[in-house]
Ligand binder design. Structure first.
Ligand SMILES: *[C@@H]1O[C@H](CO)[C@@H](O)[C@H](O)[C@H]1NC(C)=O
Ligand SMILES: *[C@@H]1O[C@H](CO)[C@@H](O)[C@H](O)[C@H]1NC(C)=O
Ligand SMILES: *[C@@H]1O[C@H](CO)[C@@H](O)[C@H](O)[C@H]1NC(C)=O
Ligand SMILES: *[C@@H]1O[C@H](CO)[C@@H](O)[C@H](O)[C@H]1NC(C)=O
Ligand SMILES: *[C@@H]1O[C@H](CO)[C@@H](O)[C@H](O)[C@H]1NC(C)=O
Ligand SMILES: [Fe+2]
Length: 457
């Protein structure tokens, strides 16, 4: 081999080595956490009219979206829990009766929180819906998700740890500009608990802030640590009290016994939501449910198997390092065996995408405790970078572990565009102080239909 040949070989080897090394992006935005938007910010504006419905949001009311649960708050008096709806704004000839609830939290008393499930919807059809009386009637619309099927395309938004800062607002604005059809939200909604006495008025402001998206498309909720609102010092000993009163989930339809873990089937995706802050040890209700649920997954109908949780299993940031470890030890082998395509988590306020790795051989004496490349394993995405008041987590472990493909300490959101049974296109959008830059992207190939294809990059 001549000198040129050797040089070419060296370049080739160097390139191959580079392809293996993960990227720790050195992009730096301004590092300080931005403040929460003030109470008089435009995004928190109360709709005009006495007792006007506010904080409107929707989520799936059954497993596939032929039911949609509409929730809202009337601040002054009960009003009623009726939603009128139909296929055009002029002809909302159908109506559904809901229910209402309220709760106290220390010295805060919530408004009247209404939940009303619209049933027998047709897949893929646009519906208009309204609630309220006279001049306070407010009208919104949504499109029921497509019927589950192997090649039904769908675009998800992936958002976590949003909060209500100016950065949160740019994350939401950029997501809106990128136009997903539903949001997979990986937990930590309002961060009301960062205020004295967990000021629950900040649950109300948060719901008014995100109404501009979640009144028009379903968001699927995962519980994070900021949903716990467990504060014995002030007599608040029921975990998740504000969350459960405000944010219903279709858990009964999913055969679950608690609202915190459940599943839905949207288009070609089967989505399983797990609860990092509910028990998951062997024989617990969540453990028993997940075991059965994985047996119910039908990859011929819903090829894409996606799991949501709050606390990540693979996270190479020093922030919250290994907090998800006990759940990983409990469930990782099941997920690998089930060939899960993608696991989404939040909690760590930065962005990270993994390669397909697993760590399921270790048995406490065999020393096999190093994650290994495994094409049956999911890609892990940490999307806890929604922009909340706690700021960016920018202290990564060094060197970057082999499983980590890309990581960066910036705020943003991601989108997952499922094209058909074999291909999905994924993008992470860095907020970059105003521009919706695509800072990381990847094609994912389906683990059931293309099990031997290595889509890591
Ligand atoms: C939030 O973002 C929206 C849409 O970009 C904008 O109209 C609004 O003024 C922003 N509000 C604040 C408080 O930044
Ligand atoms: C709720 O209010 C609407 C609008 O006034 C009315 O048509 C409907 O009958 C009311 N429902 C109940 C149960 O009172
Ligand atoms: C609740 O208590 C706090 C602390 O004492 C006080 O600042 C706040 O005004 C009270 N809120 C209500 C609604 O009474
Ligand atoms: C980064 O995290 C490590 C491990 O927790 C810690 O020892 C170190 O002080 C941190 N560095 C900074 C700059 O915070
Ligand atoms: C699935 O989508 C990918 C990406 O758009 C495309 O390359 C592929 O041909 C599609 N497969 C089928 C069977 O249509
Ligand atoms: Fe968290």
């Amino acid at each position: 081999m001549g000198a040129l040949g050797l040089l070419a070989l060296a370049v080739l080897l160097a390139t191959a080595a580079e392809a293996q090394a993960g990227v720790t992006s050195l992009y730096r935005r301004k590092m300080e956490a931005t403040a929460d938007m003030p109470l008089d910010a435009d995004v928190f504006r109360v709709p005009t009219g006495y007792n006007a419905p506010q904080q409107v949001h929707i989520t799936l009311g059954d497993q596939t979206g032929t039911a949609m649960t509409v929730s809202w708050v009337t601040p002054n008096e009960l009003g009623n829990s009726t939603v009128t709806y139909g296929r055009s704004p002029e002809k909302m000839e159908m109506s559904a009766e809901g229910r209402h609830t309220r709760y106290d939290y220390f010295n805060y008393t919530s408004g009247f929180i209404h939940h009303c499930t619209l049933k027998n919807l047709k897949h893929g059809v646009k519906y208009y819906y309204a609630m309220g009386f006279g001049h306070t009637v407010r009208t919104f619309w949504f499109t029921a998700p497509p019927k589950p099927g192997p090649d039904a395309p769908f675009k998800f938004g992936l958002i976590g740890d949003l909060g209500q800062t100016f950065d949160s607002n740019s994350t939401l604005s950029h997501y809106e500009a990128n136009g997903g059809d539903a949001v997979l939200f990986v937990g930590d909604l309002s961060y009301a608990d960062t205020y004295p006495l967990h000021d629950n008025n900040r649950w109300d402001t948060w719901a008014r802030f995100v109404e501009r998206s979640v009144a028009y498309q379903p968001w699927l909720w995962t519980t994070g640590n900021h949903e716990l609102d467990y504060e014995p010092k002030i007599g608040e000993t029921v975990p998740f009290k504000p969350f459960t009163h405000r944010y219903p989930t279709p858990y009964l339809a999913a055969g679950s016994t608690e609202p915190f873990w459940y599943s839905v089937k949207i288009a070609s995706a089967h989505i399983i939501v797990l609860a990092s802050y509910s028990s998951y040890g062997k024989y617990t209700p969540q453990w028993a449910w997940l075991k059965e649920e994985l047996g119910r997954v039908d990859r011929k109908t819903t090829p894409w198997l996606i799991v949501l949780m709050h606390s990540p299993w693979y996270n190479s940031n020093n922030y919250h390092y290994m907090e998800g470890e006990t759940m990983r030890v409990q469930f990782e082998s099941w997920l690998v065996e089930a060939k899960v395509d993608l696991v989404l988590a939040g909690h760590v306020h930065s962005y990270e995408r993994s390669r397909r790795f697993s760590n399921i051989e270790y048995d406490i004496i065999n020393n096999k405790a190093t994650p290994v490349h495994n094409l049956d394993a999911p890609v892990y995405v940490n999307i806890g970078d929604g922009g909340n008041i706690e700021g960016i987590a920018n202290n990564f472990t060094m060197p970057q572990p082999g499983y980590s493909a890309f990581r960066e300490g910036s705020f943003g959101h991601a989108t997952l565009e499922i094209k058909n049974r074999t291909h999905a296109y994924y993008e992470w959008h860095r907020n970059h102080d105003g521009a919706k830059a695509v800072a990381d992207s990847s094609w994912f190939t389906n683990r059931y239909w293309m099990p031997t294809h290595d889509d890591s990059n």
